[in-house]
Design a binder for this molecule. Structure first.
Ligand code: GLC
Length: 804
């Protein structure tokens, strides 16, 4: 970004202590610090002397009063000390730096010769430049292509429909490489913008991280290319930054999701397998797909309908020739233990006589141009208008349309094209809240999907009081996790896109969005059978597991590539379905803590350099390490196993961590390693669907560690669909496994009141990678045969121990 005419704010001219921090006069503006928690500060700089208290819809937290802090003034500087963070503000000229209580750096402005220059601005734009050392790493920024470590690249934050022809030119993205198309694995910008990143400084003793969330929805350029500085600049809006002291990635993510919210507990069926296709189905056609899943005994929970179900792509309508009786179709799906999700785009066909358009126009609910005409773009139905989601009355209207649509029995809503995509027409003439505030397009472009998700969530929840809500969104902004899961948009059926999706999904996970997945086995182009099998094996081990493909492409059902791929897909999905108790527990935990589900190794092993550099493998939950196969013909791959014990899920072979191994990867399976010390709950057999699945038998897989220590795992059980868990209708078992020399003790404690569907009568204990032939349960001795034993259990806690 060209910044030669940008200028600094000047000197500090006054300092006032406030209840929450401090207010400073700086040149003609004000600078405010709010101490939100001892490890979390919010910094703001006014625009023309005024603060915007709600710069975006991302933040959703409440604090009751600031924690104690000290404000210390001296001749050259002002210090705000929370005990965890020391923010140092230089007076002449104004400059900022922050340190932890041990003196380690959180951030330091880059200063010019006059001692200022960290913050510069021109007109409504600003740029912040800070120091970095050549060996530091940067993580985060949500959905971005390339390496997980963002160092060495520049990025733009501007929600973009990546496959649309000439989308970069139409969005005036002249500064990016316009020769790239959305099919490139370096394409930028992408669908979702999350202005949040981690700065990691490592030395021989380990790594410390700090986090930074710039609460601004305008277009941004972020530059991590330089050796000694990094910068972020926004084309408008207020400088509002949340500074997270860390020093661990998990502390920062917990605090970031405190600020922007956490994923709502999802219905368990959303963790099942989803079948989607951009295709002109009829009701019989889609029901046949469901029947094929059942006949072929491939687990599946959800069938999806893309835009073809509508009457001429008019949202909230059905093509009644193809779908004459929607409730009957949905009832049939239910009989087959399947649910239905339908797509809803924001673009409303601009056509008199179409009720959604007529009503929205009559009530003045669509975005307008500066002059007050309806803004018209071009998406699937042709000329389209766009709901002005910035306004609460428009969100309420759209929610009501969704409520009515969903009441026919639709289980969830897929919201797409919400960057917003405007096709052949430039988006900039679209203004928001034109008659009252007349906001320029840039202010809300990146938040459009967030607002659409907010409104859709409201409608779907209203249709199903007491039930959990599932929404899938393509675009997003910080905070979208509160309302919607996301997928990685239109990808290509090739090995590079499979590989690219791993760091992309992991980065979404550490940017607050844990519910994420890529189209299996790629949206456009034709996958080879081998890629189809490998992608299904990988997709089954990601948070969101959906098959999808582009219109006009050949069939990509699990059975479309012949019996070999069908068999492997079935096995991959059966493994996912057997692991659902574990996966579901990981989701429930994530909804409380913000923990990612497809988590980078660095999240758990921050001090390990190889773990920090791994972006081709990940933990699925906190107990399974997944190393997907990323190239054709590959039947073995290198896997880095961090500290601890890792047990091959299939063979029981044990590996000490802290080393690279070569893992066998025959075509039948994805390399998978269970983490020593963990107890992994699983169903004894894979159900075909989660619907009404409350089995009498549950397996607990004990992954005995080689090293002594204490290890915790959790099993969360509830009805999986209602919000009853919020008032105690669940059973949560916390396992503590302790190893001391050759003695292993396990104690299981149960919390919650339980729930009516609970039917458990027995637990099957399975011991991985070690021979256990007897154990003590509540003082009595039991024999173990062939590494497993069944014990009676109705959901109560227990104590057991055994020798290894
Ligand atoms: C967009 C979506 C894709 C969908 C298509 C038609 O390209 O990303 O998933 O199938 O629109 O609705």
């Amino acid at each position: 970004m060209e910044t030669s005419w940008f200028s600094p704010l000047g000197d500090v001219v006054f300092v006032e202590k406030t209840a929450d921090g401090a207010l400073l006069g700086v040149g003609e503006e004000k600078f405010r610090v709010d101490v939100l928690r001892p490890d979390l500060l919010r910094l703001k700089i006014s625009q023309a002397g005024t603060f915007d208290e709600n710069p975006t819809f991302a933040a959703c937290f409440q604090v009751s009063g600031a924690p104690p802090f000290r404000l210390i003034e001296d001749e050259a500087s002002i210090t705000i000390d929370t005990g965890r963070v020391r923010l140092l503000i230089s007076r002449r000229p104004f400059g900022l730096s922050a340190y932890r209580s041990d003196g380690s750096v959180i951030f330091e402005d880059q200063r010019d010769e006059a001692g200022g220059g960290g913050y510069l601005r021109l007109n409504d734009s600003f740029i912040v430049t800070r120091r970095i050392t050549p060996h530091d790493s940067i993580y985060g920024l949500g959905e971005k292509t390339g390496h997980f470590d963002r160092r060495g690249r520049k990025f733009i934050l501007w929600n973009t429909d990546v496959l649309a022809p000439n989308v970069l030119q139409r969005n005036h993205l002249h500064e990016v490489d316009t020769t790239l198309t959305g099919k490139s694995t370096r394409f930028d910008p992408y669908y979702t913008s999350i202005p949040f990143f981690y700065h990691c400084r490592a030395d021989a003793d380990g790594a410390k991280m700090a986090g930074f969330f710039i609460d601004n929805g305008y277009k941004a350029s972020v530059d991590f290319e330089k050796r000694n500085t990094y910068s972020f600049s926004f084309s408008g809006g207020q400088y509002t930054e949340y500074v997270f002291a860390g020093p661990s990635m998990s502390d920062i993510l917990a605090a970031y999701t405190f600020v922007t919210g956490r994923m709502a507990a999802p219905p368990i069926w959303a963790l099942g397998h989803h079948q989607c296709r951009f295709h002109d189905y009829t009701d019989e056609g889609i029901l046949d797909i469901g029947r094929a899943y059942r006949e072929r005994k491939i687990p599946c929970d959800v069938l999806w309908l893309d835009i073809g179900y509508m009457n001429g792509f008019r949202v909230f309508t059905w093509d009644s020739d193809k779908f004459p009786d929607v409730p009957a179709m949905i009832a049939q799906m239910k009989a087959d233990k399947l649910r239905l999700v339908t797509i809803i785009d924001p673009g409303v066909k601009a056509e008199s006589g179409y009720s959604v358009f007529d009503e929205g126009r009559a009530k003045n609910l669509f975005c307008k141009t500066e002059a007050g005409q309806l803004y018209v773009g071009q998406v699937w139905p042709g000329r389209t208008v766009f709901p002005d989601f910035v306004r609460p009355d428009v969100r309420a209207w759209w929610a009501e349309l969704n409520r009515r649509h969903v009441e026919s029995g639709v289980a969830g809503i897929w919201i797409d094209m919400n960057e917003p995509a405007t096709g052949d027409v430039e988006p900039f003439a679209m203004r928001f809240d034109r008659d009252a505030s007349n906001h320029a397009h840039e202010r809300y472009h990146n938040q459009y999907a967030l607002l659409m998700a907010m409104s859709t969530h409201r409608g779907v929840s209203a249709a199903n009081p007491g039930l959990r809500c599932f929404i899938l969104s393509r675009a997003g902004f910080a905070g979208i996790q509160r309302y919607a899961a996301q997928w990685l948009g239109d990808n290509v059926s090739d090995w590079d896109h499979l590989r690219m999706s791993i760091p992309m999904a992991m980065a979404m996970g550490i940017s607050g969005q844990p519910f994420i997945g890529a189209d299996i086995p790629g949206f456009s182009a034709k996958p080879t059978p081998e890629l189809a099998a490998r992608w299904m094996q990988y997709g089954a081990m990601t948070p969101f597991c959906r098959c999808h493909n582009e219109a006009g492409e050949r069939d990509q059902y699990p059975w479309s590539f012949g019996p070999g791929v069908e068999k492997r897909s079935r096995a991959a999905l059966e493994l996912r379905y057997r692991l659902l108790p574990y996966i579901y527990s990981a989701f429930m935990r994530s909804s409380e803590t913000g923990d990612p589900i497809q988590r980078p190794l660095v999240y758990d092993f921050q001090h390990d350099r190889h773990a920090r550099e791994t972006d081709d493998a990940y933990l699925f939950g906190d107990a399974l390490l997944v190393a997907p196969v990323l190239a054709p013909g590959q039947t073995a791959r290198h896997v880095y196993l961090p500290q601890g014990t890792w047990v091959d899920w299939y063979t029981g072979e044990r590996h000490a961590g802290g080393q690279f191994i070569t893992a066998a990867a025959p075509l039948d399976r994805i390399p998978l390693f269970a983490r020593g010390g963990r107890i992994i709950p699983a169903y004894a057999t894979a159900p075909s669907s989660t619907m009404d699945h409350y089995p009498e038998l549950l397996e607990l897989h004990f992954i005995v560690p080689d090293e002594d220590g204490e290890f915790f795992s959790q099993l969360h059980e509830d009805d999986g669909i209602t919000s009853g868990f919020q008032s105690g209708a669940f059973r949560r078992t916390t396992f503590c496994l302790t190893r001391q020399k050759d003695r292993v003790r396990v104690s299981a404690r149960v919390a919650g009141h339980g729930f009516p569907e609970f039917r458990r009568r027995a637990l099957r204990l399975v011991f991985h990678g070690c021979s256990v032939d007897r154990l003590e349960l509540q003082g009595g001795e039991i024999r173990v045969n062939g590494g497993l034993v069944e014990i009676e259990n109705h959901g109560e806690g227990f104590e057991l121990s055994f020798l290894v």
